[in-house]
Write a protein that binds this ligand. Structure first.
Ligand code: RIB
Ligand code: CA
Length: 309
């Protein structure tokens, strides 16, 4: 049985590969895509999403969501994703249009209308999902689990304590992590192990098709920016790990623990406080990824791009 998936994202170079994986893999049925501001403004992440769907022949509804976090001011991540939010690719003229609904309405409609439970994947700030939960709590009965790229139980990437997606909208993450939904957190702890090293770019370039050309063009810019900012030998391909986990959960090592979002306004604002050693003996509300089978991940990316549309 295909796993039904709703993707909320902020493309973003790594979001783009998560979208490709979700749309192309035979075991995933992508029901729709909602867009949030994050890596760039909503206007830009939205256009990037439409351009990606058109380029990759992905025929699903795409809706615009929140243009800023629930409480904080808007943040973007130009140093990594560039002025467009998806630097490195020149798309042809855009004809695809947005769905007429706002993201929260698309999310609610898709979840309430689905006969099977839906896995909701967020690869950007969790604003849209948090708002949908507040507007229509009934959707929680239709959600299999929330799988997010975000957080870290080690160090952050926008502050010593916090990871970008959570830091950008800590209050939204707080709503989702305390919703009683099954939450699987895929944080920097594992995503920093899947670096797009030069040999990975070369390996994917050899596929020599539409999807692999997009991968290579995007990763050349992504890698250069990650090298400049973090000194990494290749960019960590954060977002697709969420979809890879849904395709094959064995790709990750997962531990169940309590996790709270720091929504105070101190130096750890936006941190995912994961109680790895259960110091506080609080209810375990989060499944946290602690390791990843790196070779299995790249094999999955390569195989999906080879056999996709
Ligand atoms: O911290 C990494 C996350 O922030 C990824 O989802 C990336 O796309 C950015 O949104
Ligand atoms: Ca993202």
């Amino acid at each position: 049985m295909k796993r039904k998936v709703l993707l909320d994202c902020d493309p973003g170079h790594d979001d783009a590969i998560a979208l490709l994986l979700a749309a192309y893999h035979k075991d995933i049925e992508l029901l729709g895509v909602s867009v949030v501001s994050g890596n760039q403004t909503l206007e830009k992440t939205g256009l990037n999403t439409l351009n990606l769907c058109q380029y990759l022949n992905i025929d699903v509804p795409v809706s615009l969501g929140s243009s800023r976090p629930i409480i904080k001011e808007e943040e973007v991540c130009e140093v990594i994703h560039g002025e467009s939010g998806l630097d490195g690719v020149d798309f042809p003229e855009l004809n695809m249009q947005y769905d007429s609904r706002k993201a929260v309405d698309l999310i609610i409609d898709i979840l309430m209308e689905s006969k099977e439970k839906v896995s909701v994947v967020t690869t950007g700030p969790m604003t849209n999902l948090a708002l949908a939960i507040r507007l229509e709590p009934k959707i929680m009965n239709h959600i299999e689990e929330v799988v997010l790229m975000g957080g870290s139980y080690t160090n952050g990437n926008v502050s010593p304590a916090a990871e970008f997606n959570i830091f950008t909208d800590p209050e939204a993450a707080h709503i989702v992590f305390n919703s009683s939904l099954k939450v699987t957190m895929i944080g920097l702890d594992v995503t920093r192990k899947v670096l797009v090293l030069p040999e990975i770019v070369d390996r994917m370039e050899k596929i020599n098709n539409h999807a692999s050309k997009l991968f290579v063009d995007l990763m050349k810019v992504f890698n250069e920016n990650q090298r400049k900012v973090f000194g990494f030998p290749g960019g960590p391909l954060h977002d697709p790990v969420t979809i890879a986990y849904l395709i094959n959960p064995d790709i990750l090592t997962i531990e169940h623990m309590h996790c709270s979002i720091d929504i105070s306004h101190g130096p750890s604002y936006g941190r995912t406080n994961c109680d790895v050693f259960d110091y506080n003996h609080l209810e375990k509300n989060t499944y946290v990824a602690t390791d990843i089978k790196v070779d299995m991940f790249w094999d999955l990316i390569e195989k999906t791009m080879k056999e996709g549309q």
